[in-house]
Design a protein around this ligand. Structure first.
Ligand code: ADP
Length: 248
């Protein structure tokens, strides 16, 4: 479903150049819940933003569902993002719109008929368990509820892939569990492939089947979650797993 081939990304700023991604290759199969884990600043967000072309790689290729999208311009990239949805740490809901209007908004952009927009939004709000909140505004909801609205909005256009960028990092334990369970259902019941960016190993352990560990812009370890967890090779992976020798 997603192939990254030798993807590098260099940012040029006034203070110099920074290589945020260094020769990253990975392969996400249809139906995977693929975790990408690493410490802050490792390049996780940049990597996931290269998948939906919010960032363009400096070199390398991005292939989505068999199509090389690397050279896409703005218009094609916007079209791609209809099939590759995204949710964020801070939910990014429209504050001036109700829950229902947030979920119908992507469909308005596609000029979907009003009755069809409402039917789809009601179906999604039921799925995420928020039918009773459709007239509320985002500020009237808890963090976990806001993220569930964001998931419903991201699913409105029936994407094949959902990118989750630190989707539970701003949530408490109980809300984290409800959002992770929902993401698992989205994968299982709707057949949507998930890419889960996180700095928390418990998130990977809870829902992912494969994982890549990223450090300083490069993938340092990759494989089935069970293998990487039971036999971590790299120091960074051991630390992320909490295997720290405090007396060293
Ligand atoms: P992570 O998501 O793992 O915390 P990021 O992908 O956000 O890491 O950032 C990786 C590195 O790239 C960081 O050093 C960050 O400062 C840098 N970076 C990210 N986006 C930009 C940008 N638009 N311009 C310049 N540097 C950036």
């Amino acid at each position: 479903m997603i192939e990254l081939e030798h993807v590098s990304k260099t940012f040029v700023t006034k203070s110099g150049t920074h290589k945020a991604l260094d020769d990253v290759s990975l392969s996400v199969a249809d139906g995977d819940i693929y975790g990408i884990i690493g410490p802050s600043g490792a390049g996780k967000s940049t990597l996931v933003r290269c998948i939906n072309l919010l960032e363009h790689p400096t070199s390398g290729s991005v292939i989505i569902d068999g199509t090389d999208v690397t050279g896409y311009g703005d218009k094609q990239a916007r079209e791609l993002r209809r099939h590759v949805g995204m949710i964020f740490q801070n939910f990014d809901l429209y504050a001036q719109r109700t829950v229902l209007q947030n979920v119908t908004f992507p469909l308005e952009l596609q000029h979907v008929k009003r009755a069809d927009r409402l039917a789809r939004a009601h179906e999604l709000l039921e799925m995420v368990g928020l039918s009773d909140k459709e007239r509320n505004y985002p500020s009237q909801l808890s963090g976990g509820q806001q993220q569930r609205v964001a998931i419903a909005r991201a699913l409105a256009n029936r994407p094949k892939v959902l990118l989750c960028d630190e989707a539970t990092s701003a949530l408490d334990t109980i809300s984290t569990i409800s959002v992770l369970k929902l993401l698992k259902r989205v994968n299982r019941e709707l057949g949507i492939t998930l890419v889960v960016i996180t700095h928390a190993m418990n998130v990977v352990e809870a829902i992912c089947n494969k994982v890549s560990v990223i450090e300083d812009g490069a993938i340092v370890e990759q494989g089935a979650v069970a293998d990487v967890f039971s036999n971590p090779q790299r120091e960074i992976t051991k630390q992320l797993l909490g295997k720290v020798n405090w007396d060293e």
